[in-house]
Write a protein that binds this ligand. Structure first.
Ligand code: AMP
Ligand code: MG
Length: 348
Protein backbone atom coordinates (compact mmCIF):
# COMPACT_ATOMS: atom_id res chain seq x y z
CA UNK A 1 0.00 0.00 0.00
CA UNK A 2 1.20 3.55 -0.72
CA UNK A 3 1.32 5.61 2.45
CA UNK A 4 0.78 9.34 2.08
CA UNK A 5 3.04 11.24 4.48
CA UNK A 6 2.40 14.91 5.27
CA UNK A 7 4.23 16.89 7.96
CA UNK A 8 2.15 19.74 9.37
CA UNK A 9 3.50 23.09 10.51
CA UNK A 10 2.19 23.20 14.09
CA UNK A 11 2.14 26.99 14.09
CA UNK A 12 0.02 27.10 10.96
CA UNK A 13 -1.97 23.85 10.75
CA UNK A 14 -3.16 23.29 7.17
CA UNK A 15 -6.90 22.58 7.33
CA UNK A 16 -6.81 20.97 3.84
CA UNK A 17 -4.43 18.32 5.13
CA UNK A 18 -6.49 17.75 8.28
CA UNK A 19 -9.61 17.33 6.12
CA UNK A 20 -7.85 14.89 3.81
CA UNK A 21 -6.66 12.74 6.74
CA UNK A 22 -10.08 13.04 8.41
CA UNK A 23 -11.70 11.70 5.24
CA UNK A 24 -9.40 8.66 5.29
CA UNK A 25 -10.65 7.88 8.83
CA UNK A 26 -14.27 8.54 7.83
CA UNK A 27 -13.92 6.11 4.92
CA UNK A 28 -12.54 3.32 7.10
CA UNK A 29 -8.77 3.80 6.60
CA UNK A 30 -5.86 4.17 9.03
CA UNK A 31 -4.07 7.41 9.90
CA UNK A 32 -1.05 7.78 12.21
CA UNK A 33 -1.19 11.15 13.99
CA UNK A 34 0.55 13.07 16.76
CA UNK A 35 -0.80 13.42 20.29
CA UNK A 36 0.79 14.96 23.39
CA UNK A 37 1.52 11.48 24.78
CA UNK A 38 2.84 9.44 21.81
CA UNK A 39 1.87 9.11 18.13
CA UNK A 40 -1.39 7.18 17.66
CA UNK A 41 -2.56 4.82 14.92
CA UNK A 42 -6.16 5.84 14.35
CA UNK A 43 -9.32 4.41 12.83
CA UNK A 44 -13.04 5.18 13.18
CA UNK A 45 -13.72 3.80 16.68
CA UNK A 46 -17.33 2.96 15.76
CA UNK A 47 -16.45 0.97 12.62
CA UNK A 48 -15.54 -2.64 13.43
CA UNK A 49 -13.92 -3.32 10.05
CA UNK A 50 -11.74 -0.20 10.29
CA UNK A 51 -10.65 -1.06 13.83
CA UNK A 52 -9.71 -4.61 12.78
CA UNK A 53 -7.13 -3.06 10.42
CA UNK A 54 -5.32 -1.48 13.39
CA UNK A 55 -4.74 -4.88 14.99
CA UNK A 56 -3.46 -6.22 11.68
CA UNK A 57 -1.13 -3.30 10.88
CA UNK A 58 0.46 -3.36 14.36
CA UNK A 59 0.46 -7.13 14.87
CA UNK A 60 -1.46 -6.37 18.07
CA UNK A 61 -2.96 -9.23 20.12
CA UNK A 62 -6.77 -9.33 19.67
CA UNK A 63 -7.42 -9.15 23.41
CA UNK A 64 -5.63 -5.82 23.91
CA UNK A 65 -8.28 -3.04 23.78
CA UNK A 66 -7.86 0.34 22.08
CA UNK A 67 -8.24 3.79 23.60
CA UNK A 68 -10.96 5.96 22.03
CA UNK A 69 -9.94 9.56 21.37
CA UNK A 70 -12.51 12.35 21.48
CA UNK A 71 -12.42 16.08 20.66
CA UNK A 72 -14.66 17.23 23.54
CA UNK A 73 -16.17 16.15 26.86
CA UNK A 74 -19.54 15.09 25.39
CA UNK A 75 -19.04 11.37 25.74
CA UNK A 76 -22.55 10.42 26.93
CA UNK A 77 -23.39 8.36 23.84
CA UNK A 78 -20.20 6.30 24.13
CA UNK A 79 -20.64 5.21 27.75
CA UNK A 80 -23.37 3.93 30.09
CA UNK A 81 -22.74 6.63 32.69
CA UNK A 82 -20.16 9.22 33.68
CA UNK A 83 -19.51 8.86 37.44
CA UNK A 84 -19.04 12.11 39.38
CA UNK A 85 -15.39 11.35 40.09
CA UNK A 86 -14.78 10.99 36.35
CA UNK A 87 -16.49 14.34 35.75
CA UNK A 88 -14.08 15.95 38.21
CA UNK A 89 -11.03 14.36 36.62
CA UNK A 90 -12.27 15.35 33.14
CA UNK A 91 -12.88 18.94 34.15
CA UNK A 92 -9.44 19.25 35.74
CA UNK A 93 -7.24 17.24 33.36
CA UNK A 94 -9.00 17.09 29.97
CA UNK A 95 -7.83 17.88 27.43
CA UNK A 96 -4.66 16.18 28.59
CA UNK A 97 -2.67 12.96 29.00
CA UNK A 98 -5.19 10.87 30.92
CA UNK A 99 -7.53 8.06 29.80
CA UNK A 100 -10.60 7.14 31.83
CA UNK A 101 -12.29 3.73 31.76
CA UNK A 102 -16.11 3.64 31.62
CA UNK A 103 -18.78 0.99 31.07
CA UNK A 104 -19.28 1.19 27.31
CA UNK A 105 -22.48 1.80 25.35
CA UNK A 106 -23.51 -0.36 22.41
CA UNK A 107 -22.11 2.23 20.00
CA UNK A 108 -18.60 0.94 20.76
CA UNK A 109 -18.01 -2.30 18.85
CA UNK A 110 -16.54 -5.13 20.86
CA UNK A 111 -13.51 -5.18 18.51
CA UNK A 112 -12.56 -1.72 19.82
CA UNK A 113 -12.89 -2.81 23.46
CA UNK A 114 -11.39 -6.27 22.73
CA UNK A 115 -14.48 -7.98 24.07
CA UNK A 116 -14.58 -6.00 27.35
CA UNK A 117 -17.74 -4.25 28.60
CA UNK A 118 -15.63 -1.17 29.25
CA UNK A 119 -13.98 1.48 27.11
CA UNK A 120 -11.01 3.79 27.70
CA UNK A 121 -11.50 7.41 26.55
CA UNK A 122 -8.85 10.12 26.11
CA UNK A 123 -9.36 13.75 25.08
CA UNK A 124 -5.90 14.77 23.85
CA UNK A 125 -4.48 18.23 24.42
CA UNK A 126 -2.73 18.03 21.05
CA UNK A 127 -4.51 20.49 18.74
CA UNK A 128 -3.67 18.45 15.62
CA UNK A 129 -5.22 15.36 17.22
CA UNK A 130 -8.44 17.17 18.14
CA UNK A 131 -8.71 18.81 14.73
CA UNK A 132 -8.31 15.40 13.09
CA UNK A 133 -11.06 13.88 15.28
CA UNK A 134 -13.36 16.80 14.40
CA UNK A 135 -12.62 16.45 10.69
CA UNK A 136 -13.27 12.70 10.84
CA UNK A 137 -16.62 13.42 12.49
CA UNK A 138 -16.23 10.34 14.70
CA UNK A 139 -14.27 9.27 17.77
CA UNK A 140 -10.92 7.76 16.79
CA UNK A 141 -9.68 4.49 18.28
CA UNK A 142 -5.91 4.64 18.53
CA UNK A 143 -3.21 2.62 20.21
CA UNK A 144 0.38 3.80 19.93
CA UNK A 145 1.58 3.90 16.30
CA UNK A 146 4.32 1.28 16.60
CA UNK A 147 4.66 -2.36 15.68
CA UNK A 148 3.37 -4.25 18.74
CA UNK A 149 6.01 -4.67 21.44
CA UNK A 150 8.38 -1.94 20.22
CA UNK A 151 8.85 1.34 22.08
CA UNK A 152 6.05 3.83 21.29
CA UNK A 153 6.86 6.49 18.66
CA UNK A 154 7.14 10.10 19.78
CA UNK A 155 8.43 11.43 16.44
CA UNK A 156 6.99 11.02 12.97
CA UNK A 157 10.18 9.31 11.73
CA UNK A 158 9.49 6.40 14.09
CA UNK A 159 5.92 6.00 12.74
CA UNK A 160 7.31 5.99 9.22
CA UNK A 161 9.86 3.35 10.21
CA UNK A 162 7.19 1.05 11.70
CA UNK A 163 4.11 1.66 9.54
CA UNK A 164 5.06 3.01 6.11
CA UNK A 165 3.48 0.79 3.44
CA UNK A 166 0.98 -0.67 5.93
CA UNK A 167 -1.47 2.23 6.39
CA UNK A 168 -3.09 4.93 4.23
CA UNK A 169 -1.78 8.11 5.86
CA UNK A 170 0.88 9.39 8.25
CA UNK A 171 0.26 12.85 9.64
CA UNK A 172 3.37 14.41 11.16
CA UNK A 173 3.52 17.28 13.60
CA UNK A 174 5.71 18.13 16.53
CA UNK A 175 7.58 15.67 18.74
CA UNK A 176 5.18 14.45 21.45
CA UNK A 177 5.34 16.87 24.40
CA UNK A 178 4.96 14.21 27.09
CA UNK A 179 6.55 11.22 25.35
CA UNK A 180 4.93 8.61 27.63
CA UNK A 181 1.47 7.10 27.12
CA UNK A 182 -1.53 8.47 29.02
CA UNK A 183 -2.28 7.68 32.64
CA UNK A 184 -5.16 5.15 32.67
CA UNK A 185 -7.71 5.37 35.50
CA UNK A 186 -10.50 2.83 35.90
CA UNK A 187 -13.57 4.84 36.92
CA UNK A 188 -15.91 1.83 36.94
CA UNK A 189 -14.80 0.94 40.48
CA UNK A 190 -14.85 2.87 43.75
CA UNK A 191 -12.36 4.24 44.55
CA UNK A 192 -10.92 4.62 41.03
CA UNK A 193 -7.78 2.64 40.27
CA UNK A 194 -4.73 3.59 38.20
CA UNK A 195 -4.01 0.86 35.64
CA UNK A 196 -1.13 2.64 33.92
CA UNK A 197 0.92 5.49 35.39
CA UNK A 198 1.56 8.57 33.25
CA UNK A 199 2.14 12.31 33.35
CA UNK A 200 -1.01 12.89 35.42
CA UNK A 201 0.46 11.39 38.58
CA UNK A 202 -1.13 9.70 41.58
CA UNK A 203 -0.13 12.74 43.62
CA UNK A 204 -2.17 14.95 41.23
CA UNK A 205 -5.16 12.58 41.22
CA UNK A 206 -5.22 12.31 45.02
CA UNK A 207 -5.95 16.03 45.13
CA UNK A 208 -9.35 15.02 43.72
CA UNK A 209 -9.86 11.79 45.68
CA UNK A 210 -7.37 10.74 48.33
CA UNK A 211 -8.43 7.09 47.97
CA UNK A 212 -7.34 6.67 44.35
CA UNK A 213 -4.74 3.89 44.27
CA UNK A 214 -2.39 2.13 41.85
CA UNK A 215 -3.17 -1.45 40.78
CA UNK A 216 -0.62 -3.70 42.48
CA UNK A 217 0.36 -5.32 39.18
CA UNK A 218 1.57 -2.06 37.62
CA UNK A 219 5.15 -2.35 38.87
CA UNK A 220 5.64 -6.11 39.11
CA UNK A 221 6.40 -8.85 36.64
CA UNK A 222 3.16 -10.56 35.56
CA UNK A 223 2.73 -14.17 36.73
CA UNK A 224 1.88 -16.82 34.11
CA UNK A 225 -1.83 -17.07 35.00
CA UNK A 226 -2.18 -13.29 35.49
CA UNK A 227 -5.61 -11.88 34.46
CA UNK A 228 -4.95 -8.15 34.28
CA UNK A 229 -7.57 -5.39 34.45
CA UNK A 230 -5.75 -3.63 31.61
CA UNK A 231 -4.96 -6.43 29.17
CA UNK A 232 -1.94 -4.47 27.93
CA UNK A 233 -0.26 -5.13 31.30
CA UNK A 234 0.54 -8.70 30.41
CA UNK A 235 2.43 -8.06 27.21
CA UNK A 236 6.15 -7.39 26.82
CA UNK A 237 6.19 -3.71 26.05
CA UNK A 238 8.35 -0.79 25.06
CA UNK A 239 11.22 -3.13 24.30
CA UNK A 240 14.19 -2.50 22.02
CA UNK A 241 15.74 -5.54 20.31
CA UNK A 242 18.60 -5.91 22.81
CA UNK A 243 17.91 -6.91 26.42
CA UNK A 244 17.75 -4.01 28.87
CA UNK A 245 19.15 -4.20 32.42
CA UNK A 246 18.37 -1.53 35.01
CA UNK A 247 20.90 -0.68 37.71
CA UNK A 248 19.14 0.94 40.65
CA UNK A 249 20.45 2.67 43.77
CA UNK A 250 22.92 5.33 44.86
CA UNK A 251 24.15 7.11 41.71
CA UNK A 252 27.90 6.69 42.37
CA UNK A 253 27.38 2.96 43.01
CA UNK A 254 25.23 2.76 39.87
CA UNK A 255 28.01 4.26 37.75
CA UNK A 256 30.57 1.87 39.25
CA UNK A 257 28.31 -1.15 38.64
CA UNK A 258 27.57 -0.17 35.04
CA UNK A 259 31.29 0.33 34.32
CA UNK A 260 32.03 -3.05 35.91
CA UNK A 261 29.44 -4.84 33.72
CA UNK A 262 30.72 -3.04 30.62
CA UNK A 263 34.32 -4.04 31.32
CA UNK A 264 33.39 -7.67 31.97
CA UNK A 265 31.41 -7.95 28.73
CA UNK A 266 33.05 -5.60 26.25
CA UNK A 267 35.29 -8.27 24.73
CA UNK A 268 32.32 -9.97 23.12
CA UNK A 269 29.38 -7.52 23.38
CA UNK A 270 28.48 -4.11 22.03
CA UNK A 271 26.94 -2.27 24.99
CA UNK A 272 24.62 0.73 25.12
CA UNK A 273 24.33 2.86 28.26
CA UNK A 274 21.30 4.98 29.16
CA UNK A 275 22.70 7.81 31.23
CA UNK A 276 21.78 11.35 32.23
CA UNK A 277 23.47 14.73 31.67
CA UNK A 278 24.99 14.57 35.15
CA UNK A 279 26.60 11.14 34.60
CA UNK A 280 27.22 10.72 30.87
CA UNK A 281 30.92 11.60 31.04
CA UNK A 282 31.58 8.99 33.73
CA UNK A 283 31.34 6.04 31.37
CA UNK A 284 34.63 5.60 29.45
CA UNK A 285 33.40 2.61 27.38
CA UNK A 286 30.18 1.65 25.64
CA UNK A 287 27.79 3.77 23.56
CA UNK A 288 26.44 6.36 25.99
CA UNK A 289 23.16 8.22 25.39
CA UNK A 290 21.74 10.77 27.82
CA UNK A 291 18.03 11.06 28.59
CA UNK A 292 18.58 14.63 29.77
CA UNK A 293 18.96 16.33 33.10
CA UNK A 294 17.89 14.26 36.15
CA UNK A 295 16.26 17.32 37.66
CA UNK A 296 14.02 17.74 34.59
CA UNK A 297 12.01 14.53 34.49
CA UNK A 298 9.75 16.03 31.78
CA UNK A 299 12.74 15.97 29.44
CA UNK A 300 13.67 12.43 30.51
CA UNK A 301 10.09 11.28 29.78
CA UNK A 302 10.04 13.02 26.41
CA UNK A 303 13.31 11.37 25.33
CA UNK A 304 12.86 7.87 26.78
CA UNK A 305 11.27 5.97 23.88
CA UNK A 306 13.39 7.53 21.13
CA UNK A 307 16.54 6.71 23.13
CA UNK A 308 15.37 3.09 23.49
CA UNK A 309 14.64 2.96 19.75
CA UNK A 310 18.03 4.51 18.89
CA UNK A 311 19.81 1.42 20.20
CA UNK A 312 18.02 -0.74 17.60
CA UNK A 313 19.58 1.35 14.82
CA UNK A 314 23.14 0.69 16.06
CA UNK A 315 22.56 -2.99 16.93
CA UNK A 316 23.84 -3.18 20.48
CA UNK A 317 23.81 -6.56 22.30
CA UNK A 318 22.97 -5.25 25.77
CA UNK A 319 21.56 -1.99 27.17
CA UNK A 320 22.35 -0.86 30.72
CA UNK A 321 20.20 1.87 32.23
CA UNK A 322 20.35 4.11 35.24
CA UNK A 323 17.15 4.30 37.35
CA UNK A 324 14.98 7.16 38.63
CA UNK A 325 13.22 7.77 41.90
CA UNK A 326 9.66 6.37 41.73
CA UNK A 327 7.98 9.64 42.61
CA UNK A 328 5.88 12.04 40.51
CA UNK A 329 6.63 11.56 36.81
CA UNK A 330 9.54 9.29 37.86
CA UNK A 331 6.98 6.60 38.66
CA UNK A 332 5.72 6.43 35.05
CA UNK A 333 9.26 6.62 33.67
CA UNK A 334 10.33 3.68 35.85
CA UNK A 335 7.19 1.73 34.85
CA UNK A 336 8.16 1.99 31.14
CA UNK A 337 11.85 1.27 31.83
CA UNK A 338 11.01 -1.79 33.96
CA UNK A 339 8.70 -3.16 31.27
CA UNK A 340 11.30 -2.61 28.56
CA UNK A 341 13.76 -4.48 30.79
CA UNK A 342 11.30 -7.32 31.46
CA UNK A 343 11.83 -6.37 35.15
CA UNK A 344 15.57 -7.21 35.04
CA UNK A 345 16.82 -4.94 37.84
CA UNK A 346 20.05 -5.06 39.83
CA UNK A 347 20.01 -3.13 43.11
CA UNK A 348 23.30 -1.61 44.26
P1 AMP B 1 -1.64 1.55 23.80
O1 AMP B 1 -2.50 2.61 23.20
O2 AMP B 1 -0.87 0.76 22.82
O3 AMP B 1 -0.79 2.13 24.89
O4 AMP B 1 -2.63 0.54 24.50
C1 AMP B 1 -3.74 0.96 25.22
C2 AMP B 1 -3.70 0.48 26.62
O5 AMP B 1 -4.92 0.81 27.25
C3 AMP B 1 -3.54 -1.02 26.73
O6 AMP B 1 -2.58 -1.31 27.73
C4 AMP B 1 -4.91 -1.50 27.17
O7 AMP B 1 -4.84 -2.65 27.93
C5 AMP B 1 -5.45 -0.30 27.94
N1 AMP B 1 -6.91 -0.22 27.85
C6 AMP B 1 -7.63 0.22 26.81
N2 AMP B 1 -8.95 0.08 27.03
C7 AMP B 1 -9.08 -0.50 28.24
C8 AMP B 1 -10.19 -0.94 29.04
N3 AMP B 1 -11.44 -0.83 28.61
N4 AMP B 1 -9.93 -1.50 30.23
C9 AMP B 1 -8.67 -1.62 30.67
N5 AMP B 1 -7.58 -1.23 29.97
C10 AMP B 1 -7.77 -0.68 28.77
MG1 MG C 1 1.22 0.77 22.82
Amino acid sequence: MDTKIVILDVNNIAQDTINEAGLVVKEGGLVAFPTETVYGLGANALDKTAVEKIFKAKGRPQDNPLIVHVANRNIETLVKEVPNIAKEIMSKYWPGPITLIFNKSNLIPSTTSAGLDTVGIHMPSSVIARKLIEAAGTPIAAPSANISGRPSPTEVESCIEDLSGKIEYILGGEKSQIGIESTIVDCTCTPPCILRPGAITIEMLREIDNNIYIDKNVMSKPKKDFKPKAPGMKYRHYAPKAPVKIICGDIEKTIAKINEIVQTNMGNKKIGIIATDETKDKYPFGTVVSLGNRKQLETVGRNLFEVLRSFDAIDVDLILSEAFEEKGLGYAIMNRLKKSAGFDITYV
